[in-house]
Design a protein around this ligand. Structure first.
Ligand code: B12
Length: 236
């Protein structure tokens, strides 16, 4: 039995709603082990779990979406319920960023396909792990990617899109309060860039609050539930 869960037996009685809902292909044992490793500060164990998944045939994106993502969702739930501290959540997030960076170096990339996408967290969104996974996912299939990270001021985002002229802009939003900022950002990009405005996709937890909120409220051109779903839509 996992050490973390044996210390918190009450957690065993609960379902893992997000894990089972979002990532049906996840290996729950591995997810729990990954949670334990990151929450206890064991970088090496966390790295080995992802590395093992990749040696077992998973791509970087599959390992990230099936292992790191559900673990982080569960860590978020534990944090919200006060079962772990903010410091432990920060530790797990920091380790996950390192693990992803190491796994990236282990990855085989497809040859360039001369398509470019730009990735940014909308203004006010400090979450960046999901965006990193998404950006890396596009890179593995040969896209040129430009990754701006979290919380990009809208005025600077418009300028950067104008400079880089990507074909696709991926905006990440995590909390319901980010939806209106995303809607304003999309409107501003379209108004200021006109026919030069790229295709705009949005994603992130906030877009799950209601079906088609990405289209009906944010007025984006596209959406994906996770990085694997995003790749399904661009791989011919
Ligand atoms: C780590 C974390 C943080 C870190 C982020 C650090 C970092 N560098 O990323 C910090 C500490 C900064 C943080 C801050 C806050 N957080 Co926080 N955070 C989390 C946590 C635990 C994990 C986030 C994560 O990495 N998830 C894993 C990634 C892989 O998943 P993902 O983001 O969903 O991304 C995938 C898909 O959504 C999709 N996707 C994402 N973006 C895009 C974009 C496009 C275009 C597409 C197609 C797809 C796509 O693909 C990704 C890969 O598959 C979540 C829990 C959770 N459920 O996610 C809470 C969570 C999101 N946070 C929460 C809260 C409340 C906050 C704070 C308000 C806390 C506070 N009181 O200060 C602040 C808000 C900061 C802000 N203004 O943004 C809540 C939000 C609740 C809500 N109402 O929605 C959550 C859900 C925790 C919880 N259960 O309560 N947080």
């Amino acid at each position: 039995m996992s050490e973390f869960l044996s210390r918190k037996p009450e957690l065993l009685l609960r379902p893992f709603p997000v894990v089972s809902e979002v990532t049906a292909d996840s290996d729950l044992q591995a997810v729990v082990r990954y949670m334990e490793a990151t929450l206890s500060g064991n970088k090496q164990a966390a790295h080995e779990l992802v590395s093992m998944a990749m040696k077992g045939g998973q791509t970087l994106t599959e390992a990230a979406v099936r292992l790191i993502q559900p673990a982080m969702y569960e860590i978020g739930r534990l944090w919200q319920e006060g079962a772990i501290t903010v410091a432990q959540e920060h530790l797990a997030t920091a380790i996950s960023h390192k693990v992803l960076a190491r796994a990236y170096l282990q990855t085989t990339f497809m040859p360039p396909i001369w398509r470019k996408a730009l990735f940014a967290g909308i203004e006010g969104n400090q979450h960046s792990l999901g965006l990193t996974i998404l950006s890396d996912a596009f890179e593995t299939i040969g896209w040129e990617v430009s990754y701006l990270g979290a919380d990009v001021p809208v005025v600077d985002l418009v300028k950067q899109v104008d400079i880089e002229k990507p074909e696709l802009l991926c905006l990440s939003l995590s909390m319901p309060s980010h939806l209106l900022m995303a809607r304003d950002t999309v409107l501003r990009l379209r108004t200021e860039l006109g026919s030069q405005c790229p295709t705009i996709w949005v994603g992130g937890r906030a877009t799950l609050v209601a079906e088609h909120v990405w289209r009906d409220v944010v007025k984006a051109d596209g959406w994906a539930v996770d990085a694997l779903h995003a790749l399904e839509q661009v791989v011919p």
